[in-house]
Each structure stands twice: as C-alpha cells, then as structure tokens.
Design a protein around this ligand. Structure first.
Ligand SMILES: [Zn+2]
Length: 327
C-alpha cells in the first residue's frame, strides 16, 4: 500500500475547479443600505470603510450600481430625522424607509427589497422595544412591530426582517401581514442574534447607539449558547418564518452548521460590521490580501451551510466575480 494522493484533486487549476464543492455567486449575497432622512448627499461611514449613509436624493445611484452588478437583494436600514419614545417614525407612511422602498421599486422593480424591522433606530432611547419602568415591554413592542411591518409592506417591501429578538415577533408580524392580505410578503427572521461585541460600526451607521444606555443582553442571545439557538430557530419556524438568520456569521459558523443539519428552511447569515471592519483594518495595515480574505470569509459562511449572506462586501464580491463590470 502507498500513501494517499490528495494532490491528484488539486495540482492544476482545472482540477481544482472540477472538484470545487461550493461556488460563491452574486446570488448568495444581500447588500445592506443605510438611508438617512436628514442628509442631502451621501456620507461615508468612517468605521465602515467603503459604506455610506445615503440620502434619498442619491439613493438611486446606489440601487443602479447594485443592479448593474447583478445583485438580487438589498436590506434597508433607516435613520429618521425625528426620534421619540415609541419610534413613531418607523410606521409613518411618509417615513424614510417607506419613501426609499417606493423609490427603489420605481427604478428596480425586480430587486428584492428586504426591510429590517426594529425600533432601535427610531426610539429616542435607542432600545429595540418599548420601555416601561426601565424594562422592555414585549407585548407593546409586538404591536409596534406588526404595525411597522404592514407599513413597509404597504410601501412595497418583499420581505420583512425583524431584528430585535422580541419573543413572538414572527407570529405577530405574520398575523398582521396576513390580516392585510400580504400573504406573499415573506419573513426573514433574525432568529439567532447574539449579544455580540462585533456590532460597533453598525451602530455608527444606523445611529442606534446615539443615546443608548444599557445593553441588549436582556433580549439578544448569550454568546456561549448553542442549544438555545435551536430552540429560537424552531420557535421562529413554528411562528411562520420563511428564512432563519444567524448573526454574526464568522464567529458562529458552528451554529449555522447545526441549524443546517436540523432544518430545511433557507438560512441567512449576517457578516456583521465588526467582521467586515476588522478585515478592512487588516488590509489597510498591509497585513492581509483583501480579495483572498474576503473570499475566504464568505466561502466559510457558505460552507457552514448558509444559503444567503448579508455582507458589506456584496458589491466588492460582485466586481470580483465579474471583473469586466466597472460599476
Ligand atoms: Zn434593534
């Protein structure tokens, strides 16, 4: 007997292509977009290099560029000009996200528009839910989330993505959508969202950290939990989630893998701001090759079992895959 010859699978590029188990495509990624109601022109987000807060006036540039690159879906985050205790602007029919959805659908009707649905960008206190005596009022928050989801569906959203880890949020939103005959609007639930330390740059981008005091440990998952992830995903599926999500992605590949083995629903994973910004910082410092690091980070998420990846690298990946596109 001789030793195994694994090099037979990989000693030429053609062989490597032939035996490749997973292939990243532009269909795998969802582009996050931040839209700021008070801006008159786009503004770069310092902690998230290459990403911008968009004004409504120049949002169409970003949408056209994404469509030209072949991107199929965007997820929207709004930053309102006014905030209050209950996040009234979130379901204002003339709110920033409602206007953005209408605009996007008018210029790119086939682009899948996903509306992130939470209160933290809209409340003056920055919490993800309605507060009562210093605590989260879960039932009142569900009523608000249901109303916001219907408002986004009215504007033309294809998918609602509740991100606040409220108990019962999927059921409340599904019932409200069905009640308003939005049977075709789907729900991508942030089912397994950890109380991670990797969200810092996002809070700059979404303005959800401005006046925030406290923490989100009361509703987001403890970073050490694994079995609880299954319970959370199971509950969301029972409540009517069409897609379950794990967030963050890179530090929770074991969780993606576990859910993949257990459930047949599509799984999304969010490569969060901290994951992206760490890579960008290492590239800037000359420590990493950006293309290799980007591909490896995304391929790992897909290999673990994710069908969809929300990533700030969406456009960069699309350009890498189709170098002739110069948008
Ligand atoms: Zn939130």
């Amino acid at each position: 007997m001789t030793y195994s010859q694994f090099h037979r699978y990989r000693h030429t590029q053609s062989l490597r292509d032939l035996f490749q188990e997973k292939t990243l495509t532009v269909n795998d990624v969802i582009l996050p977009i931040f839209i700021h109601e008070s801006l008159t022109q786009k503004k770069e987000i310092a902690s998230l290099p290459g990403m911008f807060q968009w004004s409504l006036a120049d949002l169409s540039d970003e949408i056209k560029s994404a469509v030209d690159l072949g991107i199929k879906a965007v997820i929207l985050f709004g930053i309102p000009s006014k905030k209050d205790d209950i996040g009234s602007e979130a379901d204002n029919p003339n709110g920033i996200i409602q206007k953005a959805i209408t605009l996007i659908k008018s210029i790119a009707p086939h682009l899948v528009v996903i509306a992130d649905t939470c209160l933290c960008e809209y409340t003056s206190h920055g919490h993800c839910g309605i507060q009562k005596d210093g605590h989260l009022d879960n039932p009142k928050t569900l009523t608000r989330l249901a109303s916001i989801a219907v408002s986004y569906a009215n504007a033309g959203a294809d998918m609602i993505a509740p991100s606040g880890m409220m108990d019962g949020m999927v059921l409340a939103i599904r019932e409200a959508l069905d009640h308003h005959h939005y049977h075709r609007v789907s729900i991508m639930s942030y089912s397994v969202k950890y109380a991670s330390g990797l969200y810092g740059p996002f809070r700059d981008a979404a303005g959800s950290g401005d006046n925030f005091k406290g923490n989100r440990n009361h509703h987001q998952m403890n970073i050490t939990q694994s079995r609880e992830a299954i319970l959370e995903a199971e509950a969301d599926i029972q409540e009517g989630a069409d897609i379950i999500m794990v967030k963050p992605a890179g530090t929770y590949l074991d969780i993606i893998c576990k859910l993949r083995d257990r459930f047949n629903h599509p799984i999304a994973a969010y490569q969060v701001s901290g994951e992206y910004s760490m890579l960008k910082a290492a590239v800037k410092a000359g420590i990493l090759d950006e293309e290799k690091a980007m591909i490896e980070s995304l391929a790992a998420i897909k290999r673990a079992g994710a069908d969809l990846i929300i990533t700030y690298y969406a456009k960069q990946l699309a350009k890498y895959l189709s170098p002739t596109l110069q948008t």
